[in-house]
Design a binder for this molecule. Sequence first.
Ligand code: SF4
Length: 343
Amino acid sequence: MRSREELVKVLGAPLGDLATDEALFAGAAEVRDRTVGRRVYLRGLIELSNRCRKNCLYCGIRSGNGRAERYELTDGEVLEAARGAWRAGYGSVVIQAGERTDGAFVERVERLVEEIGRMSEGKLGITLSLGEQTAEVYRRWYRAGAHRYLLRIEASSPVLYGRLHPADHRYERRVACLEALRETGYQVGTGVMIGLPFQRVEDLADDLLFFRRMDIDMCGMGPYIEHPQTPLAGVRSEFTREERLQLALRMIALLRLEMPDINIAATTALHALHPRGRELGVAAGANILMPNVTPEVVRGNYRLYEGKPAEDTDLSGFRTVPDGAWGDAPHYASRREAAKSEE
Ligand code: SF4
């Protein structure tokens, strides 16, 4: 395990030429191949709705953005998207939406999870990414059949988090949600943005230490990309977009070296900054891709940042095997085993 100083040294090395990181990326890919295997697993991403009660300062679908065109998929559209992913051989779907906590939403998600389970006879894995909820809601959705949950911390430094969010968005609450998810039994994923305004390489090193401390099972990290209809758009980042891409790849590689047996996604934001962004993510140690299976008619409206690609990458160049395998992180099984033997 690397110390904070060692992480800062790698992250803080001069940026500008991806070739200088070749050995780092190759080393991480080799560790990935040895621990989680040479396969890249697919999760079909279903963007249920872009309605959100939160107002994060960097996000294009924040509640305060009156210019965002809001949509909500019907139950039929969600099930059709899940069925399509299932037929295409995907092992899992991810249901993602802006944050809502009202009873109707909670019940709807519960029903959808149950119906996807019935439709696939329990064979299609279900990941949720639906923000902060009470422990009881997390339990309800888990009992309905969801088994993974993504809740990105976005910035693990409480100070930086405070600069990126309105005062009523509490850092402590987000961490408590991650803990509640873990206690419920989910495979827990989190992640950060890379190259944010006010962010330094020391913060990124601390993000890696945070992931280790939280003992996460999955991670999705991507370069920060401004959305013009947000308060943060006018605030300059210390890093150019090219530098953010390179830093994101360094983060993926370092995380793979630090936590070899977790699942790490090559995110859409990498693709938004580079035509081969996701391929580069896999070459740096990632093993998960989340192709968008949301109906195309609304796909363009889930815009967290500017230039988010509405079209998917051609996946033919990847070592994907669409055979319905869930592709759980071995880390989850070993931490559950360890917890059992401690009881
Ligand atoms: S980042 Fe998530 S919680 Fe924040 S405004 Fe956007 S969708 Fe809502």
